[in-house]
Structures are given as C-alpha cells and as structure tokens.
Design a protein around this ligand. Structure first.
Ligand SMILES: CC(C)(COP(=O)(O)OP(=O)(O)OC[C@H]1O[C@@H](n2cnc3c(N)ncnc32)[C@H](O)[C@@H]1OP(=O)(O)O)[C@@H](O)C(=O)NCCC(=O)NCCS
Length: 211
C-alpha cells in the first residue's frame, strides 16, 4: 500500500490500493458500500455476495484505480474508477448514443465515506486523485452516474442536500438526456427494479499550443 496524500492527524489517510492489499480489502469495501448506499438517495438493500462479485470485476477492468481512506487501520471510505471499454456496458451505451468517444473517457465508480467523516475535503481528494490518475493515462474526460429520485420521494430526509452543487463546482455537468439504468432492491421494497442514473461528465481542459 502506498500512502498518496499526507493528511492532518485527525483525517483518514488516503491510500492507493493495489495487488494483494486490494484483494484483501475487498470485503471491507463491499461492507462499506452496503452501509453508505443504504441511505437516501440510493436506498440500496445490499448483498455481500453481489458486492464482492461486482468489486472483483471492477478491479480487473483496464486502468482500474481504488483509493481507500483509512482510520486506525479500518477502511472508512473509498473511491474507484476504470476504463469504460470492455467493461461497463450499461454505462457505455448511453455515452455512445450521446456521441462520446469511449476509449478516451474514464469512468468513476463510486465514492463513499462514512457520514461522520464527511465535510473535511475527502470527497474533493477522491476526485483530485482519480482525475490525476485518468489524466496521467491520457484520458480526455471523466464521468460518473448518480441515481435520479423524485424530489418528493417519501424516504428523502428533510435535511438531505443533493451533491449536484459539489459536482458542478468540480467542473461536471449532466450529459443531457444520457441515463444509464441499474437494478437493485430498495430498502423499503420487496422486489428489485431499475433506476435511472444520470450521467455527469467533465472534459479535461485542452492545453493551447503557443502560436
Ligand atoms: C460523496 C462523498 C464521498 C463526499 O464526501 P465528503 O468528504 O463529505 O466531501 P467533501 O468534504 O470534499 O465536500 C464536498 C462538497 O460537498 C459539500 N457537502 C458536505 N456535506 C454535504 C452533504 N451532507 N450534502 C451535500 N453536500 C455536502 C461540501 O460543502 C463540499 O462543498 P464545498 O467544496 O463547496 O465546501 C460523501 O458525501 C458520501 O459518501 N456520500 C454518500 C455516497 C454518495 O452519494 N456518493 C456519490 C455517488 S457514488
């Protein structure tokens, strides 16, 4: 494991997970995803076997990256990413339909952090580190998707703040009309169903050649 960003002592350490350390961390990452995505807007009633399978596939994708946040040896947050080509079919179709070149587009999986540790800049660091990774590998843009829920959803907490403002500040915009769709069972439902997932995208700035 390589610590990639020094942090104040009360902040989680950010670590780029790879190889055996990554394999060993997968069950903890799976548990963390289940815990965090149980809350609105995901409301995901997670399944550890499914999660382990999903993560095992993700980490074998081309150019995969996993950043983990550790506190006292425990994984308290993580963010993932990989190439799109050859991997994320549900995601690549709406991107292709919108005219986006897939081989030069890097996909961000999730970023999840335990609620008690939010608001300290870890979410920004997750973006910084994955964007730097993608740029180093010569990708031209990065993207991710976020579940779309009705604003009057009965399980939406009164104090809920959408992350849209954060993502816009990071330079991301909704790709108009581009939705993936993923299926899972909500915590208050007996059956799984498909949810629309809005695609957000950001192109890296083009460097101007001096004339
Ligand atoms: C996404 C997530 C990892 C961000 O983590 P974080 O460490 O709190 O993020 P940061 O501290 O870097 O803050 C990012 C911005 O979000 C804002 N923010 C903080 N808490 C927030 C909240 N509860 N709701 C909405 N925005 C919030 C911050 O003000 C900050 O904006 P600023 O730069 O203008 O100050 C975390 O919110 C999370 O795990 N959310 C649940 C899972 C999820 O929805 N993930 C995204 C889709 S996969």
């Amino acid at each position: 494991m390589i610590a990639i960003r020094p942090t104040p002592s009360d902040h989680p350490a950010l670590v780029h997970l790879a190889g055996d350390a990554l394999k060993a961390a997968l069950p903890d990452v799976a548990r963390l995803r289940i815990e965090v995505f149980r809350a609105f807007p995901y409301l995901y009633d997670g399944d550890l076997d499914y999660e382990t399978e999903y993560l095992s596939t993700l980490i074998t994708a081309q150019d995969a990256v996993v950043i983990a946040a550790f506190t006292n040896g425990e994984i308290v947050g993580c963010a993932t990413g990989s190439a799109i080509v050859g991997h994320h079919d549900a995601f690549s179709e709406p991107l292709s339909a919108a005219g986006i070149d897939l081989p030069s587009t890097f996909y961000f999986g999730e970023s999840v952090l335990q609620p008690a540790l939010r608001g300290r800049g870890i979410g920004h660091a997750f973006f910084d580190l994955r964007e730097a990774w993608a740029a180093r590998l010569n990708y031209q843009r990065t993207c991710f998707c976020a579940v779309k829920r009705p604003s009057d959803h009965p399980l939406r907490p009164k104090a809920y703040r959408p992350l849209d403002a954060f993502w816009r500040k990071r330079g991301y915009e909704k790709l108009r009309g581009a939705f993936a769709s993923f299926e899972w069972r909500d915590v208050d439902k007996s059956q799984s169903d498909r949810k629309p997932m809005q695609i957000w995208i950001r192109a890296f700035p083009t460097l101007k050649t001096p004339t």
